[in-house]
Design a protein around this ligand. Sequence first.
Ligand code: ATP
Length: 895
Amino acid sequence: MPEKHPSRRYSAELESRFRDAEGIFVLSHPSEAFQKDFPESIQDMLDRMTEHPDNVPESSWRFVSPKSLLDNFQHSMRCLFSDCFSLLNPEHNCEYFVSLLTNISTRVLLPGSTMRISVNTPRNMQLVTSHLLKGTSLKSTIIGVVPDTRDPDRDTDDLSPLHSIGTAGLAVQVVGSNWPKPHYTLLITGLCRFRISGLLKERPFPLAEVEQLDKLEQYTPSFSQEETGADGELGELSQKFYQAALQLVDMLDMSVPVVAKLRRLLDSLPRETLPDVVASMIRTSNREKLQVLDAVGLEERFRRALPLLTRQIEGLKLLQKSRKPRCFPCARVLERKVQAANMPEAALRVCLKELKRLKKMPQSMPDYALTINYLDLMVELPWDRHSKDHLDIGAARVLLDNDHYAMDKLKRRLLEYLAVRQLKTSLKGPILCFVGPPGVGKTSVGRSIAKTLGREFHRISLGGVCDQSDIRGHRRTYVGSMPGRIINGLKTVGVNNPVFLLDEVDKLGKSLQGDPASALLEVLDPEQNHSFTDHYLNVAFDLSQVLFIATANSTASIPPALLDRMEVLHVSGYTQEEKLEIAQRHLIPHQLEQHGLTAKHIEIPQDTTLDVISRYTREAGVRSLERKIGALCRAVAVKVAEGQKVTQQEGSAQEQRDMAAPPEMPVVIDRVALKDILGAPPYEMEMSECITLPGVALGLAWTPLGGEVMYVEASRMEGEGQLTLTGQLGDVMKESAHLAISWLRANAKIYQLTNLVGGPDPLDSTDIHLHFPAGAVTKDGPSAGVTIVTCLASLFSGRLVRSDVAMTGEITLRGLVLPVGGIKDKILAAHRAGVKRVILPKRNQKDLEDVPANVRSELELVTVGDLEDVLNAAFHGGFARAAKGQDRPQVTSKL
Ligand SMILES: Nc1ncnc2c1ncn2[C@@H]1O[C@H](COP(=O)(O)OP(=O)(O)OP(=O)(O)O)[C@@H](O)[C@H]1O
C-alpha cells in the first residue's frame, strides 16, 4: 500500500483530533499580521455612527486595531499582492483553484478586505479539512471565494450556474468547534479577482480553472494624481474617488488611532485598490458589493463604487447636522460662564482643559454628561461671591435677646466673638461648638448668629455620617461620584462667607469608607482651610471666610483632635421658670402662628403652661414642651374651623341646631381642658413620694440628654455574703458599689448596722442585691457612690431615707466625697423632680454659681466632705453614730 502523502496524514490526524475536541481550536497563518480588524473596525464604526449615533462608547472602538498591524498594513498589502500574483503565475503551475462557495446573503469578499466565513456545508467542510489544515498549522493555500448567487430555495445539489467572478483569498485563521455541530470559521483576506473559465469537478469540493483578472502591473504605487500616470476619464474618476475618501475620513474623529492610520493609508495605497478597499468598509449591501466585484474594468469599478461612497458621506453629514444644535451651544454657554465665574487661576485652567475635551467629545460618550455636570458645578461655585457683613453689636444684642430667652453665658460669649469680628474683619477662627442636651436652642442660636451678621445660613447634619466622601466628595473616576457636603452647601448658598452649622458632630461614625471626623479636621482648621480640596473638584477652594459653628450633645464622643480645634460652649437645660418664659415669649406665639390661630382664638394661662412643664414633660430642653403646646393649638384649631363652618353654612335652622354650638372665643385652656386634650399627666406623682421602704435612695445622674434623677434599690436575703449588681452597670459603677459595701462593713459597728439576724457584720449569712432601675439603659461613672452608700445604710439600719433628698458624689475607701461633673444639669433635674434637698461634694461648691438663683433659693443645697455628712443629711434627724467605745473592734472584710 502506497505511503500516504504527509499533508494528508496531518490532516487525517487533525480531523480525528477535531472529532475528539471538546472545545474550540484556532489555527492561524503566520501572516496573520495583516489580517482583519482594519476594514472591519472602520465599518463597525460607521455602522454604529449611523445606526445608534447616541450609543457609541468611545472605548469600544478606539483601540480595536493593534498598532503593529496597521503599521505593516501597506507593506503587507504589497507582499500579499506580489505573493498572490506569483502564485497565480501559470509558471508556478497554480492555475487551478479550489473554490469556497459563500452565501451572498452573508457577505461578499472584495480584494484588499478581510472577512469571516462560516463553514458548515459538506463541500466547504471537505475543502477546509483537505486543503487548509496541515497538522497544527495552516497550509498557505490560495482559495477562490465565489459568491453563491443561486436561488436558495432550489434544492438541487447542482453547482451550475456558478457565479463567474470570485476573489482569490488566503485563509489566515481557522477556528473550529464541534459544538453544537462540527463547523469552522475562516478568516480570509481577499487578494485579487479571478474569472472561472471552466469548472473541473464539483465534488468533494469545487475545483475550477481560472483566469486572474487584477494584474499587479496595472497597479501604480504612487502618491499623487500626476504620478499615477492615469489620465483621461479614469484619472479624473480616481482623483474624485480619492478626494471623496479623504472627505469621509475627515468626518471621522481623528483622535481615534485607527482613523489616523486610515488617513495615512489612503495616500500610500495604489489608487486602483481604493474602490475595493473603501467599498468593503462603508455601509453597502451585499448586492452592491457584488456589483463592485463584478466590475472587472477599473473605470467601471470606480464608477460603481463612487455613488456608494458619496451616499455614506451624505448620511454622515445629515447626522452631524442633526447633532450640532444639541452639542455645541451648550459648550459655548459653559465657556462664557467659566470666563465670568472669576475663579482662581488653577481652577480656570482645569475648566478650560475640560471645556476643550468636551468640545471634541461625541455627545453619546458617558464622559460627556459627567464633564458637563462638573463644569456646571465649577461655574456655580461662589469663587468670589460673598454677602456683605452688616454687624452692629447693639443690634446683635437686641436680636439675640429677642430670639432667645435666658442662655446668658452663651450670648455673652457670642457678643464677644462678634465684637472682635467687627474690629478685625479677617478674623481666623475660633470655631465655636455648642454642647448641651437636645432642644435647648443650639441650632436656633446658630441661625440667629447668621441673622445678626446678615449672612446666609446652611445646616449640615452630620449625625450618622460614616463615609469620609460625605465631607470630601468622591473622585470623579467613580460612577455616581459627587462633591461632598461642604462644597454642595457652598453651591446651595451661593456665597463664600455663609454660616455653616455642623449639627451633631458627636454623632459622626466610622466605617470601612474612612473616618469623616478626620476629613473635618482640615475643614475646621483655620490655618489650612483656605485651600480645602474636595476630591470631586480636585482644585482648592478657600473656606477661610466660612463661619463654622458645631453643635453636639456631649463632648465624650468627639475625637480629641477635632475637639481641640473648637471652643466648647456648654448650654445646659432650663429651669421651670425659664421654660415658662420661653413658652410665653416664643413657643406659644410660634405655635399659634404655625396653626393659623391668634390670641382671639386661644388663651393658655400661665398656670396651664406650668402644668404642661411640670406634669406633662420632664426634659432639659423645650422641644417636647413645644410639641405639647402644638397639640393644644391643634385641638383649638378644630373647634375654630368647625365654628367657622357653622356660621358660613346655609341651611335649615334645624340643621344648625343639630350641630354643636361653637365654643366661645377665645378658648381658655384650663386644667380640665388640658387633661381632655393631652390625657392624664404622665409625671403626676412627685418622685420624692416614692420612697416608702428602707433600701431606696435617690441619686442624680448626667446623660447627654441632660441631668436625671435615678433611684438606687437594695435588698438583702439569706446567703453567703454575695453582692449582685443589675441595671447594665459599667466597671466604674461596679467598683463604686464594692467601695460602698467595704466602707459600710468597716464602719458597721459605728453606725450600728446589722445583718439579717442582727449580727454585727452586714454581710454575714446575707446576700445583697443592688439594682439601678431603667435596666435597659447602660450606666457608668463614679458619681453614684454616695447614693449607694446611703441606700445600703438605709437597708442595713432599717431606716427610711428622706423622700425629698437627692445626691451625687464620688466616694473613696476612707469615706471622703470627691467632686463630680454636670452639677448644674443635675441640680436642674432635681428641681424638676420636686426634690427639696440636694447633697453635693464640697469641692463642687464653685459650680453652684452657674445654677440660676431662683433654683438655688428653692433648693437646700448641702455640700459634704465625707460620708458621715452624707448620711446625716440623707436621714431624718441625722444618722447617729454609736456612743464612744462601741466603735471597736472593726469587722474584718470578707470581700
Ligand atoms: N432660649 C430659647 N429661647 C427661645 N426658643 C428656644 C430657646 N431654646 C430653645 N428654643 C426653641 O426650641 C426649639 C428646639 O431648639 P433647637 O432645635 O435649636 O435645639 P437643639 O439644642 O439644637 O437640639 P438638638 O441637640 O436636638 O439639635 C426651637 O424651636 C427653638 O426655637
